[in-house]
Write a protein that binds this ligand. Structure first.
Ligand code: SF4
Length: 345
């Protein structure tokens, strides 16, 4: 690896607090969960909460560099808050938001700083010294592959890259993009805690507030990996058949009605729209329909949102209609919808 004299400053660490080099700048290096209740750490705790809220609302964590100590120490505390939510969606969102912010900052860094950043992650990144090739860096093939597996755009495919002696040429922006991808994975890994500790009530309260915010702003459907807008072309054949039947005012069996309603509310259709759908029935009873739909949506009674029956149950009751190729690979209509919408998206 090419050695570089660039050192991280405190300001750098405030912008990239997930680096290994950050440890020595932490005001509270051996932070214990109980310490978070200390009044001295209130500012750090508040900034940590703000970091997670920004991640949910804007998929970014904007930097506040006037108070570098608070900024640096609020990162591990934010990680604790994210862990306390127990939500895999919030964990992914937080990692993505930190990485996106890092990408924006990295693009403007000096070459030496980018090399130092790569060194922190153990990358084999060097400056390109061949003036005839218009790229700033070369990266080892293995580091390149490890960080491009999730990148879909064709420019990342190895066949479209310029390679020399096992190294891939990269522009500055591309290097920043791949480093931010490494940061995202690193943060996600740190959030994968198998045994979640018992958090103090105040932390749990904050975690609940964060979860509520994410449901309000993002919606339960998207949090479960469904698309933001309802995609009818991703409906599984059984649900499409039920949907067509109800739209034409044809009666559905009890289980067909339950499967359709629970499917629609789980993919994000508001109860009001589901109720409207049943309006074309000749014996439509608004009060009764509203009661049933809102009950299935978890807006009444036990507040439990019901999910549709599995494929096996739908098959037994004759609701499974014209299963297609994707149906062979799924066991549940919601899994079908998630997979199909990703394919078509
Ligand atoms: S296999 Fe499952 S998803 Fe496919 S049509 Fe049958 S019940 Fe629906």
């Amino acid at each position: 690896m090419q050695l570089t004299a660039a050192r991280f400053t405190k300001n750098d660490i405030a912008r990239y607090p997930f680096l290994k080099a950050a440890m020595k700048y932490m005001k509270i290096p051996d932070l214990k969960i109980e310490d978070l209740m200390s009044p001295e750490l209130e500012e750090i705790l508040n900034r940590a909460e703000e970091r997670v809220e920004e991640a949910i609302l804007y998929i970014r964590v904007f930097r506040k560099l006037k108070e570098e100590d608070i900024e640096i120490s609020s990162y591990p505390v934010a990680m604790i808050l994210v862990t306390a939510t127990g939500s895999s969606f919030i964990k992914k969102r937080y990692a993505l938001a930190e990485a996106k912010q890092a990408y924006e900052d990295l693009k403007g860094e000096t070459k030496e700083k980018i090399l130092r950043f790569a060194q922190d992650f153990g990358w084999e990144l060097v400056s390109n010294r061949n003036s005839e090739i218009p790229f700033e860096f070369t990266l080892s093939f293995t580091d390149y592959l490890r960080n491009t597996t999730h990148l879909r755009r064709k420019e990342w495919k190895l066949v479209n890259r310029l390679l020399s002696s096992g190294n891939v040429y990269l522009t500055r922006n591309e290097t920043a993009r791949l480093l931010s991808e490494e940061a995202r994975k690193h943060i996600e890994q740190r959030l994968e805690i198998k045994e979640i500790p018992k958090f103090p009530p105040k932390i749990m309260e904050m975690a609940e507030k964060i979860k509520k915010l994410s449901v309000e702003k993002i919606g339960k459907a998207e949090m479960k990996g469904f698309p933001k807008t309802i995609t009818q072309k991703a409906f599984p054949p059984c649900i499409e058949a039920l949907y067509q039947a109800v739209s034409a005012g044809r009666h559905l069996s009890h289980i067909g009605r339950f499967a359709l309603t629970s499917f629609l509310v789980n993919i994000g259709m508001p109860s009001e729209n589901v109720i409207e759908l049943f309006r074309s029935f000749s014996d439509f009873n608004e009060r009764m329909t509203r009661y049933q739909v809102e009950h299935i949506a978890g807006e009444r009674g036990s507040r439990t949102r019901y999910i549709p029956p599995k494929c096996g149950t739908l098959r037994t009751h004759g609701v499974c209609t014209n299963p297609d190729e994707l149906c062979q690979k799924v066991h549940h209509p919601l899994v079908y919808y998630r997979k199909k919408s990703k394919q078509s998206g």
